[in-house]
Design a binder for this molecule. Structure first.
Ligand SMILES: Nc1nc2c(ncn2[C@@H]2O[C@H](COP(=O)(O)OP(=O)(O)OP(=O)(O)O)[C@@H](O)[C@H]2O)c(=O)[nH]1
Ligand SMILES: [Mg+2]
Length: 383
């Protein structure tokens, strides 16, 4: 890579410790996020603080340290592992003389790079616009492009910002209308499936847990998998044939992350509808991660946010090939399957998951044909 190209994506990372759990794992995640967004992390600045500085987030001494790292590494961007207010972002950009991204901006950038389908692109654009409308500052190059490359937005007068807000507002409305059309089409497809009484199963989980790998292993599909965060953005749905059970429908979905930007959750709601309407969620967990408990919690938080927390869940502990765990199945005190351990990569335990799915499908089928003695039925459903 030429020196110049190297500089264009050289990034300095900043992660401050406010005493919360999982600080160092959070830094590792920041590095992965940065790499997934196409930036090249050259340095990491750490620090401890009681609370964010209102003006610069990091405090002036730390800001000096960051500025020195920017000079040393010829960095084009500084990435904060935190949420910055529009004011803090502006102050930092002035002080550091380069672009400053916060966690939301970073994740939005990754989503923008990954979006493939028309719907995915609309959703990302919507999220970006809603984020940008609160911070009309420099760096929003995709906005410039749409309006004919007019240079940075910084330094424009109040009126211009008002005009921009109105333009953004108009575009947001157009995008929302278009996304609503996609949603209607999807609703029709889903209703057809519900009539066919096919069990619908969604793979959900933290980003990089192995959902697409598992999806491919089960359906022999070619979903994109990668050791990157947010490799998957679009929901892919395939039929899955189970011996002795018949067809069910399996969906691979976008991964979740701690503190998933609110705007993103809102604009991806349509894609996530597949999850909301599923009969069963397979919650895929990277069992080899030291922060799997926090990741499970983060996923459950997002599920609650999109109204999918009441859907029955089976935990799938994936990547057991990296742990001492063995393939297996666990039931809760009522006899219901609550966890399957497997390796999507090696295939160990896949047959156990298929058996588990067959059991759930059979239970659903008999519940549908035998709705009368519901209570009695529930008691005897798994033996
Ligand atoms: N060792 C091991 N690696 C796995 C296993 N399953 C998946 N991986 C790896 O984990 C990485 C992420 O896998 P993906 O299937 O793309 O994960 P995902 O959950 O779909 O990720 P996003 O779409 O980014 O949310 C890839 O490098 C996979 O090869 C497994 O069982 N064992
Ligand atoms: Mg994926």
């Amino acid at each position: 890579m030429s020196e110049r190209a190297g500089r264009a994506n050289a990034a300095v990372l900043v992660g401050l410790d406010f005493g919360a759990d999982g600080y160092s794992e959070g830094l590792e995640e920041l590095r992965l996020l940065t790499e997934s967004s196409g930036l090249d992390p050259r340095a990491l600045i750490q620090g401890k603080r009681q609370r964010p500085d209102p003006a610069l987030y990091a405090g002036s001494g730390k800001a000096e340290e960051i500025a020195a790292a920017v000079r040393e590494h010829h960095a084009a961007v500084v990435v904060f592992n935190h949420e910055l207010s529009p004011g803090q972002q502006r102050n930092l950009e002035q002080k550091l003389g380069c672009a400053v991204l916060d966690r939301t901006g970073l994740i939005l950038g990754i989503f923008a790079r990954r979006a493939r389908s028309h719907e995915g692109k609309l959703q990302v654009e919507l999220a970006q616009l809603e984020y940008a409308s609160t911070r009309l500052v420099r760096g929003w190059t995709h906005l410039e492009r749409q309006r004919g490359g007019r240079g940075f937005l910084g330094g424009m007068g109040e009126t211009q910002i008002e005009v921009d807000r109105r333009l953004i507002g108009n575009r947001v409305k157009v995008l929302k209308d278009k996304l609503a059309q996609f949603k209607r089409r999807r609703d029709v497809q889903r209703r057809a499936r519900v009539r066919g009484e096919v069990l619908s199963v969604s793979l959900v989980g933290y980003t990089n847990a192995g959902k697409s790998t598992l999806f491919n292993a089960l359906t022999h599909a070619g979903s994109y998998t990668a050791d990157q965060l947010f490799a998957t953005l679009d929901t892919t749905t395939r039929r899955l044939y189970l011996e002795g059970t018949g067809n069910l429908v399996l969906s691979d979905t976008v991964g979740f992350i701690r503190d998933l930007p609110h705007g993103l959750v809102a604009s991806f709601r349509a894609t996530l509808e597949e999850t909301v309407h599923a009969d069963l969620l397979l919650h895929v967990v990277d069992a080899s991660s030291s922060v799997r408990a926090q990741q499970i919690e983060a996923v459950n938080t997002v599920l609650a946010e999109i109204g999918a927390d009441a859907i029955p869940q089976v935990l799938v502990w994936n990547k057991i090939d990296l742990t001492p765990l063995l393939p297996g199945l666990e039931r809760d005190e009522y006899g219901k399957i609550c966890r399957v351990s497997l390796s999507a990569k090696s295939g160990a335990g896949l047959d156990i998951l298929r058996t588990a799915l067959a059991e759930v499908a059979a239970a659903k089928k008999s519940a549908a044909t035998n709705r009368e003695p519901e209570q009695h039925h529930r008691d005897t459903y798994v033996t």
